[in-house]
Design a protein around this ligand. Sequence first.
Ligand SMILES: Nc1ncnc2c1ncn2[C@@H]1O[C@H](COP(=O)(O)OP(=O)(O)OP(=O)(O)O)[C@@H](O)[C@H]1O
Ligand SMILES: [Mg+2]
Length: 234
Amino acid sequence: MSIGKKDILKNIGLTIYRGELFALMGPSGAGKTTLLRILNLFDDPASGDLMFGGMLLNNSTFGEKNNIRRRMSMLFQTPAVFNTSVFDNVAYGLKIRKADKDTIEKKVGNALSIVGLAGKEKQKALTLSGGEAQRMAFARAIVYDPDVLLLDEPTANLDPANVAKIEEIIKRIRSEHGTTIVIATHNIYQVKRIADRVGILLNGELIEVNSKEGIFSSPLDARSSAFINGEMIY
Ligand SMILES: Nc1ncnc2c1ncn2[C@@H]1O[C@H](COP(=O)(O)OP(=O)(O)OP(=O)(O)O)[C@@H](O)[C@H]1O
Ligand SMILES: [Mg+2]
């Protein structure tokens, strides 16, 4: 994908399988967010094929893309917090999907209880702590039961207790809904705890895609092992 004259992503060949938890790793600026935005159909790649469930999206209409986008959800690296109540922040995705009032009440309540924020419905979202705001954003991302959940560094800047909470939520969503999850993360221990497969992005190129076991015990690319061992790679 190119923005202006700069190639941000190059030669990306990647299949995400239904129900898997795929971790996207790579140094800052490698292109993780850009790739997630393409998967979420926010940005179009400049060239190449993009498929969802066997359907080629290159020439699909806005309406067709919108239908697919509605089955997906992205938790942004810096989630926006609207200056309304926690309830209204979480209800957003249901309202734009025109869900009825009872459904909204039920689903928002359920999402808030999953993320451990039950009882905070009426609180102003801007008064939440950082960790709570992150969990609220998580609730907003899962409230409409997406088939695909794209998580952009959901635990960056959180203390270990909040990291553990978010990981529990991820595991629960997966086991209850079979959600396909792609997570961008810098946290190698997190990848070891929750991922099935791992892709390493370096300078916009996916240098390796491997099982979690493979990437940690016998990486195929020397740069992957350098990255995993915390060495600077470019
Ligand atoms: N809209 C844009 N215009 C110009 N350059 C962009 C744009 N979006 C991203 N980039 C550049 O593309 C590169 C990849 O950015 P991206 O945000 O995808 O990295 P990242 O892997 O998510 O990094 P981080 O770990 O810091 O979040 C960066 O060099 C960034 O400056
Ligand atoms: Mg990013």
